[in-house]
Design a protein around this ligand. Structure first.
Ligand code: SF4
Ligand code: SF4
Length: 188
């Protein structure tokens, strides 16, 4: 995630508190830090511990270690991106393009669908995964061809992940990103 606005109206917070998919590794693998934030020494310890410099970008790895169903340091000093980031869903809500009911429903459906994917993973491999959704995608991408009895279910899991990723992009990432998936002439 990256910084886009510093507004955080109460209704938006009510949507976010039920969601958290920008913190828990569902939407992103990392969050952007502002220049100098790391060197200022003001970042929470676990964010500092997960700091990564990637080219010119300074980031911290997600899932955030402060996320336990919700942000556990919400009232404390956090990275700038933590209070400034607003996903496409929030922007659509703030511009009146969707109602609060629909925004809540979109969040609920996103969490439900993700749970179904994790349940399917558990059914196939017989273990509960502790991975985030993005880590799960990476893991699935590295998997060798499974035994025949698993291959159909694994194909289903991959298909579910692809559909889920498309829904995340459509509902939570930028409209530009979504359009780029269906129109190759649009630059990301
Ligand atoms: S993904 Fe959007 S709605 Fe969910 S917590 Fe992040 S900013 Fe809030
Ligand atoms: S500190 Fe809180 S808001 Fe910031 S990434 Fe971690 S869980 Fe999310």
């Amino acid at each position: 995630m990256s910084v886009e606005s510093t507004e955080s109206p109460v209704a938006e917070q009510e949507i976010c508190v039920k969601c958290g998919i920008c913190c828990d590794g569902t939407l992103f693998n990392h969050a952007e830090l502002e220049p100098g934030e790391m060197s200022s020494g003001s970042l929470p310890k676990k964010i500092e511990q997960n700091y990564r410099k990637m080219g010119e970008k300074e980031r911290f790895v997600l899932p955030c270690q402060y996320f336990e169903g919700k942000c556990t340091i919400y009232d404390q000093n956090r990275a700038i991106v933590c209070s400034a980031f607003r996903c496409q869903l929030l922007k659509d809500f703030s511009k009146g393009r969707i109602t609060k009911y629909d925004a809540d429903k979109t969040v609920l459906n996103a969490l439900k669908f993700r749970n179904e994917i994790f349940e399917l993973y558990k059914r196939i491999f017989g273990v509960d995964t502790k991975l985030s959704f993005r880590q799960l995608l990476t893991e699935i991408g590295k998997m060798p061809v499974p035994p025949a009895e698993q291959s159909k279910e694994l194909a289903l899991l991959k298909a579910q992940c692809n559909i889920y990723e498309t829904l995340l992009i459509k509902n939570f990432k930028s409209i530009k990103t979504f359009k780029s998936m269906i129109d190759t002439t649009v630059e990301q």
